[in-house]
Ligand binder design. Structure first.
Ligand SMILES: [Zn+2]
Length: 173
């Protein structure tokens, strides 16, 4: 399995599953470029025939640090839409975990995954009265944690596999 990696530095070292000409265009971009980057990613998706297999991963990013301040967990890496940010260097397991989240979002047209993720978190909060527990019991997280050590998981995964982790929610109390 290959990963797309963008380091949060000028000299971006990477391995990639995407076309190198596309990456050359992306290499100069930084999350701070905001809209420009968004348009660029959409261009990549378009060129790729609507299929972007992997998210764009930033290492040594401040984004997880900021997120940790507003969420119940200490965030090491996080996935949002076409991007993944990590505080440091990502292990294959982390890359796999975050790519599972990317695929979950993609199959739900992004916005529906965000809504559902938020809803599951809310239900978990009401049920367990604890942010940390609500996080780990979220079906999207359950799927990711259950399979992130299997680097072949995304090749075997069936669409909407997270649905199977809805049922298991009651077992682990
Ligand atoms: Zn996760």
């Amino acid at each position: 399995m290959q990963w797309v990696i963008l380091r949060n530095t000028e000299s971006a070292a990477r391995t990639t599953a995407l076309d190198t000409s596309v990456l050359r265009k992306m290499i100069r971009l930084h999350p701070a470029t905001g809209l420009v980057e968004l348009l660029n990613i959409l261009a990549v998706v378009y060129q790729d025939g609507g299929k972007m297999k992997f998210p764009i991963m930033y290492e040594n990013s401040r984004v997880p640090v900021w997120l940790s301040k507003i969420t119940p967990i200490n965030v090491w890496a996080n996935s949002f839409a076409f991007w993944v940010w990590c505080r440091g260097e990502m292990s294959d397991r982390t890359k796999n975990h975050e790519t599972i989240h990317y695929v979950q979002q993609r199959e739900l047209l992004m916005v529906f995954q965000w809504i559902l993720y938020g809803l599951f978190h809310l239900i978990g909060l009401i049920k367990y009265r604890e942010g940390n527990k609500a996080y780990y019991e979220n079906p999207f997280e359950r799927e990711a944690y259950a399979n992130d050590q299997n680097l072949n998981y995304l090749n075997e995964r069936k669409p909407y596999a997270w649905i199977h982790y809805l049922r298991k929610q009651d077992e682990a109390v």
